[in-house]
Write a protein that binds this ligand. Structure first.
Ligand SMILES: Nc1nc2c(ncn2[C@@H]2O[C@H](COP(=O)(O)OP(=O)(O)OP(=O)(O)O)[C@@H](O)[C@H]2O)c(=O)[nH]1
Ligand SMILES: [Mg+2]
Length: 390
């Protein structure tokens, strides 16, 4: 996700058109043409498919204007690369502070001095960028000059995870290995199907030319007894980890779907370190439960009921829990001793990594549901062991 922001009329929409090579965004000499963030999908190789966001001008005013600016800022803060489009007015003081703010979030910024066909970037502005180590490009949406250089700068500034294909389970198994997947079929399981993370892991095992055996937790022992050779790995749903850990002999590597996904979608090391911080929680500490999508809470809801119960039992502390659903963290994130994020099944890797980065920046340890469950059940070390040699 790449966002173009800047003052009204700076040429944001024109630049998106120039990058995508098509007239998708409406442009006009009238300031305030773009009013809402507009997504444009584009194949930006070698990054692959990316989404460019065209936004409303950051200098929009009036009551509606301020709402538009807020919407632009929201998109900007969730992006992977911020492109600040500047026109002949040059870098303003608010551009300076916006750049600083975005960089403090760990987001790369590229400054595009647009309209290079009619003016050269101001020297004081390019010097400021150089002093701050900010990448800039002189570009013209009208003539096309510098558009390729801008694309290159965006690609080079993009966080590495936009370039890498994350691994799920493939590196933990070899061709011909047996892998046992444990999928409890309880009331929380959707009717008539498996959930996406389970399907993805099964697909990964097949891609690896390995052999997947899928069982409910009751059949684990039976499966292990009847396999011709011990499985290379057992992967269980986190909620069955206690019984499965009891049934799988110590010599057999065991992990959970959540642990695989914590690595695939986030930063396993950071999330495991966050879970370990549970050991130093004190009475009265507040714990933030974050869900990236809002769902209707069910009885015995994992985030609202089970995790708080298990964490209280495990730590023996009186802990306060707040549940927060949505795209952003609460303003007062700093008051929490620990943040426990959902698995993010509806969220992509970049968004999860952005959230982990934000927690790190704000000094709040972060873990996720699955890793936290393993910690409270005393099996964190065991489910992490298959990744130790990586
Ligand atoms: N000379 C010149 N004009 C440009 C260039 N890029 C954009 N313009 C003109 O600047 C005006 C504004 O362009 P837009 O692309 O609509 O600008 P915007 O930043 O999307 O503006 P808002 O949506 O109103 O915030 C239009 O008249 C464009 O033709 C450029 O590189 N050179
Ligand atoms: Mg526009």
């Amino acid at each position: 996700m790449i966002t173009l922001a800047g003052r009204r009329n700076a040429g944001k929409s024109s630049l998106i058109n120039a990058i995508a090579g098509q007239g998708v965004a409406i442009t006009s000499p009238t300031p305030g043409t773009t009013t809402d963030p507009v997504a444009k999908h584009y194949e930006l190789n070698p990054l692959g498919p990316v989404t460019f966001y065209d936004t409303a001008g950051l200098d929009d005013d009036g009551e509606i204007g301020r709402l538009r600016v807020a919407a632009t800022r929201k998109v900007l803060m969730r992006t992977d690369v911020a492109v600040l489009v500047i026109d002949e007015k040059g870098l303003s003081r608010s551009d300076h502070s916006l750049i600083e703010e975005v960089r403090a979030l760990g987001l790369p910024v590229v400054v595009a001095f647009n309209k290079a066909d009619i003016m050269k970037p101001d020297e004081a502005d390019t010097r400021w960028c150089e002093e701050k180590g900010i990448t800039y490009v002189a570009v013209s949406a009208s003539s096309g000059t510098g558009v390729d250089a801008l694309k290159t700068q965006i690609i080079e500034s993009a966080p590495p995870e936009m370039r890498e294909d994350p691994v799920l389970a493939g590196d933990l198994i070899r061709e011909g290995d047996w892998v046992v997947c444990v999928v409890p079929i309880d009331l929380a399981a959707p009717k008539g199907r498996l959930i996406l993370p389970q399907v993805q892991v099964l697909r990964d095992i097949l891609d690896r030319d390995a052999i997947a055996v899928t069982v409910k937790e009751r059949e684990v022992k039976d499966a292990l007894t009847n396999l011709a050779k011990p499985p290379a790995l057992v992967i269980t749903d986190s909620q069955a980890i206690t019984s499965v850990a009891g049934d799988v002999p110590d010599g057999i590597p065991l992990t959970t779907f959540s642990t695989l996904f914590a690595r695939y979608k986030g930063d396993l090391g950071e999330l495991a370190a966050g879970a370990v911080r549970m050991d130093s929680l004190q009475d009265g500490d507040r714990v933030l439960i974050c869900e990236s999508c809002s769902h209707h809470p069910v009885a015995d809801d994992i985030g609202r009921v089970k995790l708080p119960r298990w964490m209280r039992q495990y730590t023996g502390r009186t802990l306060e829990f707040d549940v927060y659903a949505g795209h952003d963290f609460p303003e007062d994130l700093e008051q929490y001793a620990l943040a426990v994020h959902c698995g993010g099944c509806m969220t992509n890797r970049r968004e999860i990594l952005r959230r982990i980065r934000e927690c790190r920046r704000r000094g709040v340890p972060v873990t996720n549901y699955g890793i936290a469950i393993s910690k409270t059940q005393g099996v964190l070390e065991r489910v992490m062991a298959p990744f130790r040699h990586m």
